[in-house]
Design a protein around this ligand. Structure first.
Ligand code: GLU
Length: 310
């Protein structure tokens, strides 16, 4: 890529940050800063009841404790509804949005088996409703709004994972961009916010890898450039189990009692392959050491075991 890098970290503050989130933040930060780039923080608190201000404040405090900094005031998605509405209206005017009245039970019944981890593809049951049918159904139920996706393959080369492609109609399906309670969906908000903030490099977990083709479709439709992507492997605990929110001994309230910021950063950087030994390290040191070539490509196992640490 030519020109200055602008990276970001975009946590959803529905709980205390855990090491998986922090690893994302660390690699996003190191990737941007090691090339003299800018770094932004966005608080993805769209779902306000699940993401109270107290947790956003805590998240910022935790990031500062570790020494992270960012170049602009943090952006709060909860304050940006009017902006999302404007782009939602644009998509509606293009004829790409339709109301969906399906209940959870109906959606469930239509699910084909063997989908593995992937979300089910929507059956398009509501895609062809007439205006009269819509008016009738609106009397008893407020609809979710879905985006019509094309029968088209979106491909990109992930800077860490390698090539990815997905046929949107067949593998993703028309998806919800505004929920029935009026909240805008993650996919829409993320694309708008990254584009309007000038973000051109996104480092995030591999659990979001298959959201990326639909985000690229939205970028193309709304006339935004697509950033570069690096989807990093999931962080496993010392026994190779996937980390979960229930692992309280791995969130920052527990860790900050037994480790210094440099110990936490060094241990995470070592776990991911950024530095060759497990030792305390400052962000400045890690910026100098950072090279994507060294970052592990398979599941990253945490070089810390709270049980063993006692
Ligand atoms: N807010 C999302 C999360 O915490 C990340 C979104 C993104 O990086 O695009 O999982």
């Amino acid at each position: 890529m030519t020109g200055a890098v602008t990276g970001r970290f975009a946590p959803t503050p529905s709980g205390r940050l855990h090491l998986g989130n922090l690893l994302c933040c660390l690699l996003a930060y190191l990737s941007a800063r090691s090339r003299g780039g800018r770094f932004l923080l966005r608080i993805e608190d769209l779902d306000v009841p699940r993401c109270p201000q107290r947790l956003s404040d805590q998240c910022i405090e935790d990031l500062r404790f570790l020494g992270f900094d960012w170049d602009e005031a943090p952006l709060y998605q909860s304050t940006r509804t009017e902006i999302y509405q404007k782009y939602f209206d644009e998509l509606s005017a293009m004829g790409l949005v339709y109301p969906c009245f399906c209940t959870r039970a109906q959606l469930h019944a239509a699910i084909a088996p063997n989908l593995g981890d992937r979300e089910p593809v929507y059956s398009r049951a509501c895609a062809g409703l007439t205006q009269a049918e819509i008016t009738e159904r609106q009397k008893t139920r407020s609809p979710a709004m879905r985006l019509r996706v094309p029968d088209e393959v979106f491909s990109f080369k992930d800077g860490h994972f390698g090539p990815v492609s997905e046929n949107l109609a067949r593998e993703c399906g028309d998806y919800i961009i505004r929920r029935s309670d009026g909240l805008f969906g993650y996919q829409l908000a993320v694309v708008i916010d990254d584009a309007l903030s000038g973000v051109n490099e996104i480092v995030r977990g591999r659990d979001i890898l298959f959201s990326t083709p639909r985000q690229m479709h939205l970028q193309k439709t709304l006339g935004f450039d697509s950033p570069s992507y690096y989807h990093i492997p999931l962080l496993m605990d010392a026994n190779g189990r996937r980390l979960a929110k229930r692992d309280r001994d791995l969130d920052l309230s527990a860790l900050s009692k037994v480790m210094t910021p440099e110990q936490i950063l060094g241990m995470l950087a070592y776990s991911a392959g950024v530095i060759p030994e497990n030792r305390p390290a400052s962000l400045e040191e890690l910026i100098r050491a950072f090279d994507w070539k060294n970052v592990k490509r398979d599941d990253i196992r945490l070089a810390y075991n709270p049980q063993a640490a006692g």
